[in-house]
Write a protein that binds this ligand. Structure first.
Ligand code: ME8
Length: 500
């Protein structure tokens, strides 16, 4: 049954351009959005930029620009990269958008009125790159100095007046929620949060900064001398994006099917803190928080702050094709484990899978259809049953795997169908046959059905392929073997030239 599907990425800090780590999450969200579109769901896909806070204030100062000019420029970079990667988002949200600033004020006013915010003094060690305080036992120590465990940069001592959110009231409630409901996926990640909650509980959270230090933020509605902590501001984007407080109908339609995709670095914020905030706002938690591991470079997390990034444009240039990059990043993606970026492995998969298995099959069938059937291939009276069975089985298996967000395994499964189609051609030798059209039809059906499944991963290439072979990609309903009546093959494209 078609339903709704709301999918989000984290909103990224635009202190620098995005790299393949950000592309990884964003492509994953795009694949899921497009997959659900093919399932017939009403899809809303939200991504954007997290533009307030000390980190951005400093980045702008360093660039010698006022923060708004700076984030305007940087947000446009993100949009350019997402357009290059063919990311079909429904909205690109910026935390400086007017409706979002309103959401933040509305949400915090509601929480303030409930008596869940009080004034105090905060003392602690802060990492501006994480926009996060680190408590004892959480930071690294060397020669008496304290360092951020993620960015390996010295922490700053902060002691100032702040407003606290009474998060400590929520430990039991959130624990129960995580123990009884499968929201965090894969489950392994939930266990980490559960044990941290059992060990330490939730502590009241400092949710404002004095404006004198952090002026670049949303003003606290009850005190003009404070700005709202960037993480609270940022999390609320998921509500703004679908109209919370402005268009209740749209909001509820999508919120019930909310899927947040995030890297494991920000799971604490997207579970313990986010679920508490939602509860304070009388809202249910999201349906799922899908967590993935890091892309590593020689064992170290790829990060702008560390400076070991692989740039999106470098990969696109290397393969000369955006869809190859989308494919390769998803092909080796795993939720549970980190993925060590391995250029050699990428190259091998490109040649063996995209150029050979897919590319050669398309080329062979296209050329034969043109040469031996004048480009017209109609449905014969009987179909190849083995290939038909394989196509059906592949679709079922791929649907299950994508549902479990095992995107790499789904791609391997889809490519099994293409390998089977290649073997079928080798077996039936249509180039020798007097009437090769029935054989070609079976092979074309396998290609068409694989193309529908591959469309979310490589949309532009699959559209190009459908055009060349004379079929359409519409929905999974049409992915039945024998459902296409007549192919009009225009050309036999070389989709992925082999790399030497
Ligand atoms: O955390 N491997 O923004 P951010 C895999 N603004 N994914 C990676 C990655 C890597 N090496 N590097 C980055 C923030 N990512 C906040 C989010 S949301 C309300 C606010 C991806 O720019 C991954 O999805 O630091 C990670 O969680 C996110 O980028 C962090 O992006």
């Amino acid at each position: 049954m078609p339903g709704t599907f709301y999918v989000t990425t984290p909103i990224y800090y635009p202190n620098d351009k995005p790299h393949i780590g950000h592309a990884y999450t964003t492509i994953m969200a795009d694949v899921l959005a497009r997959w659900h579109y093919l399932l017939g769901d009403d899809v809303f896909f939200l991504t954007g930029t997290d533009e307030h806070g000390l980190k951005l204030q400093r980045a702008a100062e360093k660039a010698g620009k006022d923060p708004k000019t700076f984030v305007d420029e940087m947000a446009s970079f993100f949009k350019k990269y997402w357009s290059l990667l063919n990311i079909g988002y429904s909205r690109f949200i910026r935390t400086t958008d007017e409706d979002h600033v309103e959401t933040v004020k509305r949400a915090l006013t509601k929480i303030y009125k409930k008596g869940l915010i009080y004034k105090g003094v905060y003392r602690g060690w802060y990492c501006t790159s994480c926009e996060k305080f680190y408590g004892e036992g959480e930071y690294l120590e060397k020669d008496g100095q304290k360092f951020c465990p993620i960015h390996l940069k010295p922490l700053e001592w902060v002691e100032e007046e702040t407003y606290f959110l009474k998060l400590s009231l929520y430990t039991e409630k959130i624990l129960k929620l995580l123990e009884t409901k499968d929201i965090i996926y894969p489950r392994e990640y939930a266990r980490e949060i559960i044990s941290k909650l059992r060990r330490e509980g939730l502590k009241d959270l400092s949710i404002t900064r004095p404006k004198s230090r952090v002026y670049w933020g949303v003003e606290a509605p009850w005190d003009p001398n404070h700005t709202i902590y960037v993480w609270v501001d940022a999390l609320l984007n998921y509500l703004t994006g679908i109209g919370w407080g402005r268009d209740e109908e749209t909001f509820w339609k999508y919120w019930r099917s909310a899927h947040h995709i995030i890297g494991k670095d920000i799971l604490w914020f997207h579970s313990a803190i986010w679920f508490s905030l939602l509860d304070m706002l009388d809202l249910p938690p999201p349906k799922k928080v899908i967590v993935h591991g890091f892309i590593l470079v020689r064992g170290v997390k790829m990060s702008k702050t560390i400076g070991n990034v692989v740039r999106i444009e470098d990969l696109v240039n290397e393969y000369g094709n955006v869809d190859a990059v989308r494919y390769l990043l998803m092909r080796f993606s795993t939720l549970e484990k980190d993925m060590d970026y391995n250029p050699e492995q990428f190259r091998q998969a490109y040649n063996a899978e995209l150029a050979d298995t897919l590319g050669n099959l398309v080329r062979r069938v296209g050329v034969l259809a043109k040469r031996k059937a004048g480009g017209i291939v109609e449905r014969p009276n009987s179909l190849d049953q083995e290939l038909e069975r394989k196509a059906k089985e592949t679709l079922e298996k791929a649907k299950k795997l994508v549902d479990e967000v095992k995107l790499g395994e789904a791609l391997v499964t889809i490519f099994d169908l293409l390998r089977e189609a290649n073997a079928y051609l080798n077996r039936t030798e249509p180039w020798k046959a007097e009437n090769p059209a029935p054989i070609l039809y079976n092979a074309l059906e396998a290609i068409r059905i694989a193309s529908i499944m591959l469309y979310p991963f490589m949309p532009a290439t699959m559209e190009r392929l459908a055009n060349a072979l004379g079929f359409k990609i519409e929905s999974f309903d049409k992915a039945c073997f024998g459902c296409w009546e007549k192919y009009q093959v225009k050309e036999a494209p070389i989709l992925f030239p082999k790399l030497r």
